[in-house]
Design a protein around this ligand. Structure first.
Ligand SMILES: [Zn+2]
Length: 215
């Protein structure tokens, strides 16, 4: 398992908790470094002037920008390690991992935002319709498809509602399951013994012993 450097960790901690969680899962899979989390307005204006960002920081804010009201960054810049800007494939690989983790965490209800990647701004999985590539960049967006979370909650509810199999169900499962005969017999006898012990069922030890012999 890989580990974030101190520098990366410091930057990561300037980001929204959803980003922190996604990245802490990603580092288990791939070696990455965080180059930037939170950004001041001053730095955003500088980047805009250098042409490294499309957002001027005044009329159009970057998701990296933090203010007194917004203390954490909603964006993060990540590089695959070792860093090789010429090797674009690895950026796509990182993005795939980040997207996959985001989907899983959403399904688990552990985060509340979706993730947009600077290599696919409209998130249509088509990388040819980009006007501006920012491959290290990921940002949080509103999650407008609560279906997955809802589905997950419903499934949990369904689990609770599901009636217990009951003794007959257990016997049926034992018969139909691909279990060796000897184990099946043991399970059967155990069930019968439990039934025998129960005051509600009039099966005594002698009957159990008889069935055990037959089996
Ligand atoms: Zn960025």
């Amino acid at each position: 398992m890989y580990k974030f450097s101190k520098k990366s960790q410091t930057q990561l901690e300037t980001c929204h908790k959803d980003i922190q969680l996604i990245c802490s899962e990603a580092i288990k899979i791939i070696d990455i470094k965080v180059t930037e989390g939170a950004r001041s307005q001053k730095r955003q204006i500088e980047l805009f002037k250098k042409g490294r960002s499309k957002l001027d920081g005044v009329t159009k804010f970057s998701k990296h920008q933090v203010t007194k009201e917004k203390l954490l960054s909603s964006a993060i810049d990540i590089l695959p390690c070792p860093v090789d800007w010429g090797d674009k494939k690895r950026f796509f690989f990182v993005a795939g991992i980040m997207k996959g983790i985001t989907l899983r965490l959403l399904e688990e209800g552990r985060i509340t935002h979706a993730l947009r990647w600077g290599g696919d701004w409209n998130s249509n999985n088509n990388f040819e319709d980009q006007t501006f590539n920012d491959l290290p960049h990921f940002e949080l967006i509103e999650y407008n498809e609560p279906m997955i979370i809802k589905k997950n909650k419903d499934m949990q509810k369904d689990k609770k509602k599901k009636p217990s199999l009951g003794i007959l169900g257990l016997i049926g499962t034992a018969i139909t399951a691909p279990i060796p005969h000897a184990i099946l017999v043991k399970v059967f006898v155990k069930i019968l013994k439990i039934l025998a012990k129960s005051s509600k069922n009039k099966i005594d030890d002698k009957i159990v012993a008889g069935i055990e012999k037959v089996l």
